[in-house]
Design a protein around this ligand. Structure first.
Ligand code: CP
Length: 364
């Protein structure tokens, strides 16, 4: 095993130890202990690649990205100027707190520049401009574009004329692939064995998903990536009121998985055996949103196992009680915090700049 060199902190104190993040804060260094060398050739697969769906990733690519993110989080690589000749457009035609700001923060932390649309009403969309035409403008103004839109089709329409990589920052009820990267970055830090080991049968994860992969983009992308870790997942239970929570696409994707997947409306009865709970606040239904009922809520009185962790892409609603924030069940703030490192790793890989920031002693 290669020992980790001393931290070369470029931007002040080690960000892992910064104050203010409540809850469970797994150490990125622990995640790196099992496999410290980076397989840059694996990350090369993302060079000039658009990220439209979580299906782009396999276990090896996701793991190498998470390793790069962990090194960046630890401040081990001097990456602060890596993308100083690049511009990222963050084009958000639907509200966002975390995705837009964490992508902008990620780009700035690796030296890049950002231009932003925070509100569709400030663009030509308000005058009826088409997404295809907007796509042509992005080619001239930026080197990569992160797009969020209420419409599933918007991403497809944009790519028709787009020559630069596009990262899907959430398209209607369809997908949110970089959120799923952040979700799994948090989980792999929490238990590195998921990526690097084979858990004994009795320790394989039982995951509860509160939501409907068929029409909730974060839940869908999370589940897509969960399938990559089938050796270490025993069972996934999907908690939903809907008759068909999976939908056609996810039914097809999950039918050949060895992971047992079942459905339940009774969260309370299942809590005592869940190791990981992934929850979300809202489902997209046509033009609107629907919140989940109170039977799918968690609070300090919920009968959780002592080591159960909760993930939530946020923003939260009443389904996730703030009383859980200061407990070790809370992995959701670490999930949101880790997104900025995972998105830096993603941007570096898309621009083919990983070799510029990783010292050769770290390369496999
Ligand atoms: N997780 C997530 O997509 O949050 P935002 O809606 O704030 O971007």
């Amino acid at each position: 095993m290669v020992s980790l060199p001393a931290a070369q902190v470029e931007h002040g104190p080690d960000p892992v130890r910064k104050d203010g993040i409540l809850g469970n804060r797994p150490d990125p260094a622990k995640f790196l202990e099992r496999s410290p060398k980076l397989k840059v050739t694996v990350l090369d697969r993302l060079h000039h690649q658009s990220v439209l769906s979580a299906t782009l990733f396999d276990k090896e690519l996701l793991t190498e990205l998470a390793k790069l993110a962990a090194y960046l989080q630890l401040g081990r690589f001097p990456a602060g100027h890596a993308l100083e000749d690049k511009i990222m457009a963050a084009a958000f035609f639907e509200p966002s707190t975390r995705t837009r700001l964490s992508f902008e923060s990620a780009m700035l932390r690796v030296g890049g520049k950002t231009i932003s649309v925070a509100d569709a009403k400030t663009t030509g969309v308000a005058k009826g401009e088409s997404m295809r035409d907007i796509g042509q403008m992005f080619n001239s103004y930026a080197d990569v574009v992160v797009v969020r839109h209420t419409e599933q089709r918007a991403i497809e329409d944009l790519t028709e004329y787009l020559k630069i990589p596009l990262i899907n920052g959430g398209n209607g009820s369809d997908e949110h692939p970089s959120q799923a990267l952040a979700d799994w970055y948090a989980l792999l830090k929490w238990n590195p064995e998921i990526a690097f080991g084979t858990l004994p049968e009795q320790f394989r994860l039982n995951i509860g998903i509160i939501g409907t992969p068929g029409n909730m983009r974060t839940v869908k992308s999370f589940l897509m990536l969960a399938l990559l870790f089938h050796e270490n997942i025993n069972h996934i239970t999907i908690f939903s009121e809907m008759a068909d929570p999976l939908g056609d696409e996810m039914r097809e994707l999950t039918k050949s998985s060895p992971i047992g997947i079942d459905f339940s409306r009774n969260l309370k009865q299942s809590l005592e055996y869940l190791d990981v709970i992934y929850m979300n606040a809202i489902a997209f239904l046509g033009d609107g949103y629907r919140s989940f009922g109170s039977e799918f809520a968690l609070d300090n009185e919920s009968n959780l196992k002592s080591d159960t962790v909760i993930l939530h892409p946020l923003a939260r609603g009443p389904e996730l009680c703030t009383g859980l924030d200061e407990t070790q069940h809370n992995l959701y703030f670490n999930q949101a915090d880790g997104a900025v490192w995972m998105r830096q790793a993603l941007l570096l890989a898309i621009f083919g700049r990983v070799r510029d920031v990783v010292p050769t002693t770290f390369l496999a």
